[in-house]
Design a protein around this ligand. Structure first.
Ligand code: NDP
Ligand code: 8X3
Length: 248
């Protein structure tokens, strides 16, 4: 088989789902998320199964089944992630802190640790992290989400050093504001508050980000796109956003 086996975490929504839609043609996909019923149906060509990246036994059973169905992973897209809440440290919720660290940091490590050894043995493989502008600059009300994405950036860099000379590529796509379910999750289901994030501005679409992922993994083997930072034209930093007709 000369098609690639691409594993996408968090493929039930947003950027992960857009990656699945864009990359399904000509590749063998494995898709995971907790809401398995929302994973795109790829028919006989693809593999999909419930996956909770924070749960080591879920990661283990997902990878055992996807390996049996599709063979070793050629490309791992570490996309599953979330922000929960906008509270400042003085009045934040410790469960939300744990959820963000367990998903955005430990979740990525759980799955990467299982996939990377096979890539090293085979002398090839791509790992793409979905980072964030929040991994480059902290902002108030986002201390732990930003810390999780800063941690991810450090892990990505350290891994780049660790795999140097092996043929494995480690890349990161770090977007600014993307209109997905991200803000609905962050505002705990309050769709009105989530909608205000995008009021009067033109955010990125999930497909804009997926296209960067596709570009990165389609470069020739000797090219490693270490970090692609992508922002809406209307956004110059995490909190500096141009709004035309803000209703907020
Ligand atoms: P969405 O909320 O639309 O998608 C998040 C995805 O992550 C869902 O498919 C969700 O699936 C999955 N997920 C969350 N927790 C887990 C878990 N424990 N195990 C497996 N899957 C999980 O948001 P986005 O598409 O925007 O977010 C994708 C990534 O992009 C995240 O890492 C986010 O931090 C990052 N990002 C987003 C930006 C934005 O503005 N939207 C900007 C910069 C980065 P399910 O709930 O079914 O498990
Ligand atoms: C999501 C983008 O600006 O909300 O990572 O941190 S932001």
């Amino acid at each position: 088989m000369d098609t690639r086996h691409i594993l996408i975490t968090g493929a039930s929504s947003g950027i992960g789902k857009a990656c699945a839609d864009l990359l399904r043609e000509g590749n063998r996909l494995s898709l995971g998320a907790r809401r398995a019923e929302r994973l795109p149906n790829l028919g006989a060509e693809g593999f999909r199964q419930e996956l909770d990246v924070t749960d080591e036994s879920s990661v283990e059973s997902f990878l055992a089944a996807s390996d049996a169905a599709q063979g070793p992973v050629d490309v791992l897209i570490n996309n599953a992630g979330l922000a929960r809440g906008t509270e400042q440290v003085a009045n934040a919720d410790g469960r939300a802190w744990r959820e963000m660290i367990e998903t955005n940091v430990l979740g990525v490590l759980n799955i990467t640790r299982r996939v990377l050894p096979q890539m090293l043995d085979r002398g090839r493989g791509d790992i793409v992290m979905i980072g964030s502008v929040a991994g480059h600059e902290p902002y108030e009300g986002g201390s732990v989400y930003c810390a999780s994405k800063h941690a991810l950036r450090s892990i990505t860099r350290a891994m780049r050093y660790e795999v140097l000379g092996s043929g494995v590529r480690v890349m990161s796509v770090d977007p600014g504001m993307v209109e997905t379910e991200f803000s609905i999750v962050r505002f705990r289901g309050n769709e009105a508050a989530a909608g205000k994030v995008y009021d009067g501005t033109h955010p990125l679409s999930a497909q804009d980000v997926a296209e960067c992922v596709q570009f990165a993994i389609d470069r020739p083997q000797h090219v490693n796109l270490d970090c692609i930072q992508i922002m809406p034209t209307d956004q110059a930093s995490a909190k500096r956003v141009h709004r035309r007709d803000s209703r907020s």
